[in-house]
Design a protein. Structure first.
Length: 484
């Protein structure tokens, strides 16, 4: 069940939010702690107006809520709500209100016994969850906040150990925890929470539309194949939209999830644990990932930048689809002979693909980078010249300038790696960043009359090839011009 957490300041606003999302969700959680005065509301009428299963929650500040008043008042309010036959009432692990428990059970309301930890995944989480589940008929709920890749792995391992507990809700908050929210059915949680983004119920909650329209969380089951993208940051990536839509068009039982990763080793353990079938790789792991894969496709031997990893039996094989993704939009807009001298800004993993792509079509390439040593190393490998990124005057000599750093990517929309550079009219200017669609770098180029190319086409083309590597199927045609 997908549960929308209602966090508005008035019950009218909560009901309006419910109406706007009714089609997408299965149930709601009413957060009494957000309301100005929950005592003034008639619970019976609210229950009637909900018309779908609901949870009553009155969350204290220490547990991540807003309530800071006395326990006596909280107890009075919860008692009032316990008599109206809501489907569930959330009572924290350390809350002992026997009259409320009795009243709830007498009125057909199930108790969700909850535990929250905002600082990490405690080592004794398994025993905590077993304790939560020990009350007769009570549903255990544990919401913890994994702080890194090793803690999200630990959380999945604990979830695996408590398979015997039937009625439970276990979730990881924050970006590291997101996979638990999407895979809630696979891990045996009875529900997953979502909220409207500007009023998030807990860190990392998705909105109902993304839950359904991007991830299709209700369709995910024990057999669903898992794909994803690893990076840091990764939440900005549009790849989940591209891949999940394609799985749906191809009628595949598969899901593609963003994995925030701060340690590749822990991610590979998680990948084996979750039986992940393949994943995309983005900043800053395109080069480092090579140390972890078992096999390399031929293009990786020279490019040494890998954006696609697929599992064949027990072996991980890496590919690069950025090269083709980069070249296609460039060559469909420009004749091969219309540019010779190419400048590449940046010398990281993304730059490697661009540099080798341009070399593969016989172009003369120069690398401009902030750290000159990194530029030198890549230049020597690829057979190019290199310069400091501050050598703006030199850039006038180039027919094509490609921007490969993450500078200018949302939320740094006003940044450019070449502040003060005035592009030449007729210069071809390509930014591989796609959020925003038009970066400051491209806007500056446009003002000077340059020919501009944004990163969205590259994203799509590399993603299409990646889909085919992942699934060994042709990419299903887009039904219409699909936007991200
Ligand atoms: P990716 O896989 O996206 O290429 P990366 O390997 O971490 O990520 O490389 C990031 C690139 O962006 C590098 O060229 C980096 O320059 P340095 O080599 O000097 O670190 C460049 N970069 C990142 N932030 C930058 C900034 N503020 N100004 C200029 N270049 C920047």
């Amino acid at each position: 069940m997908i549960c929308l957490t209602l966090m508005e300041l008035s019950i009218e606003a909560d009901l309006q939010l419910l109406e706007q999302n009714r089609e997408l969700i299965d149930m709601v959680e009413l957060r009494l702690d957000m309301l100005t005065d929950p005592m003034l509301i008639h619970p019976d009428i609210v229950k009637l107006k909900f018309g779908i299963p609901s949870i009553i929650t009155y969350r204290k500040k220490v547990d991540g809520g807003k309530y800071q008043g006395s326990e006596t008042y909280r107890r009075t309010v919860l008692y009032k709500y316990s008599k109206s036959g809501f489907d569930y009432i959330d009572l924290e692990m350390d809350t002992s209100f026997p009259e409320i428990e009795k009243s709830a059970l007498d009125n057909g309301t199930k108790i969700i016994r909850s535990y929250h930890n905002f600082s990490g995944v405690p080592d004794n989480l398994e025993s905590i969850i077993r304790q939560l589940a020990s009350g007769p008929g009570e549903i255990a709920k544990a919401a913890v906040f994994p702080q890194n890749s090793s803690e999200i792995l630990q959380l999945f391992e604990i979830i695996n150990k408590i398979k015997d507990i039937e009625d439970k809700i276990v979730l990881g908050m924050g970006d590291f925890g997101l996979p638990t929210r999407i895979l809630y059915k696979k891990i045996g949680s009875i529900l997953t929470f979502c909220s409207i983004s500007d009023n998030s119920g807990a860190p990392g909650q998705l909105n109902p539309e993304d839950m359904i329209n991007i991830y299709g969380v209700n369709r995910i089951n024990k057999n669903t194949s898992i794909y994803g993208i690893i990076g840091n940051p990764v939440m900005h990536s549009k790849s989940p939209i591209l891949h999940n839509r394609a799985y749906r068009r191809a009628k595949m039982d598969a899901v593609y999830i963003p994995f925030l990763v701060d340690n590749i080793d822990s991610f590979f353990k998680l990948a084996l644990f979750l039986n992940i079938s393949g994943f995309s790789v983005t900043v800053p792991y395109k080069v480092d990932i090579l140390n972890y894969i078992d096999e390399r496709s031929p293009e990786l031997e020279s490019i040494k930048s890998c954006n696609t990893v697929v599992r064949n039996d027990q072996l991980w094989k890496g590919f690069n689809t950025d090269l083709k993704g980069f070249l296609k939009p460039l060559l469909s807009l420009n004749n091969l002979s219309s540019f010779e001298k190419c400048a590449v800004i940046g010398a990281g993993g993304a730059s490697r693909s661009v540099v080798f792509a341009l070399k593969s079509i016989g172009k003369e390439v120069s690398i401009f980078n902030r750290s000159i040593n990194k530029a030198k190393k890549l230049a020597e490998e690829a057979g190019c010249s290199y310069f400091p990124i501050t050598s703006l005057d030199l850039l006038y000599n180039f027919d094509l300038i490609v921007q490969t750093t993450s500078v200018g990517m949302t939320p740094e929309d006003d940044e450019t790696p070449l502040p003060g550079y005035k592009f030449k009219s007729g210069q071809i200017v390509y930014d591989i960043v796609y959020t925003p669609l038009k970066t400051k770098f491209l806007k500056d180029a446009e003002i000077s009359g340059a020919i501009t190319i944004g990163g969205m086409e590259m994203l799509k083309i590399q993603g299409i090839e990646q889909f085919e590597i992942f699934t060994k199927q042709f990419f299903p045609q887009e039904e219409q011009k699909e936007n991200f």
